[in-house]
Design a protein around this ligand. Structure first.
Ligand SMILES: Cc1cc2nc3c(=O)[nH]c(=O)nc-3n(C[C@H](O)[C@H](O)[C@H](O)COP(=O)(O)OP(=O)(O)OC[C@H]3O[C@@H](n4cnc5c(N)ncnc54)[C@H](O)[C@@H]3O)c2cc1C
Length: 323
């Protein structure tokens, strides 16, 4: 059994490094150094540009690459099968995955297939007494949980709170092509991403204007879209209004939606429930508009407007347009 520690990445539709790669590699390297084992990087599908340079920067020993025509779309069933076969060949002790919408679909399934434990929402991973100590968030970020984990384990790491840091001395990673047989793998679950606009993905938007139940009515979501457009940003939403069909799920911010980290986040008619805040707490500046001066959202906001969003949103749009 290998003792190696593996960072596994697969990221469809991105240029450059996979989301959170450098942050998770930094965490993984510290753990690998403390345990005296190799840090390897498993790249699934087409290898993005910059992987070699980032691997060297973060002290990676091997870049293990699995590519196959069946991995073109990085569909969950095929990714799970590929990683399962890799684990069968390499038997890594720990598999770390940057937690994204896509990786949340596959990490627990990989763990189940290879008989490993799984911890999601990890924000720190450190060496314990022969074991691994994983700190993770729970209950939508309200609570911290510590796990002492023994044996093989798959860990989904939330990269937002982490800062990338280069290794003291770079490595010269060895590239290994890993052969797997995906011929018999059927895609039972397909991920359908609805294109929401020609602009950036919500997770990457610099400005997000989001609306919640305080908008009162589906047609008022247009006020959120108008301000977002005027500011050159994107429109977001709380879960209840997505559930009610006021907008589609590609706009949902929060625990079960998108994790945004914009420069500016405007929350209109949103109460500030922890499950929503998970998706916007990393915003540099948060502006809240709410009729209830005691709403929880004001605890997080740098700027607060106690008022009716049906009046404030059009006024802001008008002001931004110079009217
Ligand atoms: C497992 C789980 C996962 C979840 N995941 C998510 C998630 O990903 N994203 C998410 O958003 N939620 C999520 N939720 C739901 C979450 O707990 C809250 O219920 C939800 O965020 C509340 O949405 P809201 O703020 O739009 O509505 P409400 O809580 O109803 O708040 C509406 C706010 O609007 C204000 N308001 C009313 N009228 C006006 C007006 N005219 N002008 C201005 N303000 C006004 C009110 O004072 C109130 O503060 C999840 C819940 C669970 C249990």
């Amino acid at each position: 059994m290998s003792n190696s520690l593996v960072f596994c990445s697969f990221d469809a539709g991105r240029d450059g490094l996979p989301a959170g790669a450098e942050e998770v590699l930094t965490l993984a390297r510290k753990l690998a150094t403390a345990r005296g084992v190799d840090l390897d990087w498993l790249v699934i599908g087409a290898q993005p540009s910059g992987v070699e340079a980032a691997a060297a920067k973060h002290g990676v020993a091997h870049i293990d690459h699995i590519d196959d025509p069946k991995l073109a779309e990085l569909e969950p069933d095929v990714v799970v099968a590929a990683v399962q076969q890799y684990c069968g060949q390499q038997s890594p002790a720990l598999l770390l995955i940057s937690q994204t919408f896509d990786s949340r679909l596959v990490a627990p399934r990989i763990a189940a297939r290879v008989g490993a434990g799984v911890v999601m929402n990890a924000i720190d991973v450190a060496s314990g007494d022969g074991e691994v100590k994983v700190t993770a968030t729970a209950y939508g970020g309200d609570t911290r949980v510590e796990y002492d984990v023994a044996g093989p384990v798959v860990i989904g790491v939330v990269s937002d709170p982490l800062l990338p840091e280069a290794a003291a001395s770079p490595s010269a990673p060895e590239a290994r092509s890993i052969a797997v047989d995906l011929a018999g793998v059927d895609e039972r679950i397909r991920t359908v991403q609805k294109a929401s606009s020609d602009g950036p993905r919500l997770e990457e938007a610099q400005i997000v204007v989001a609306g919640g139940r305080g908008l009162q009515d589906a047609e008022n979501y247009q006020l959120v879209e108008d301000l977002a457009a005027a500011l050159g940003g994107m429109a977001g939403a709380s879960r209840p209004i997505v559930d009610d069909g006021w907008t589609d799920s590609s706009h949902q911010v929060g625990l079960t939606g998108k994790i945004t980290r914009p420069v500016l986040y405007v929350a209109a008619g949103i109460s500030g429930a922890s499950q929503h805040m998970v998706g916007c707490a990393a915003a540099k500046t948060l502006v809240a508009i709410n009729t209830d001066g005691d709403a929880a959202i004001f605890k997080y906001a740098q700027y607060g407007i106690v008022g009716d969003c049906l009046e404030v949103l059009p006024a802001l749009t008008k002001a931004v347009k110079g009217g």
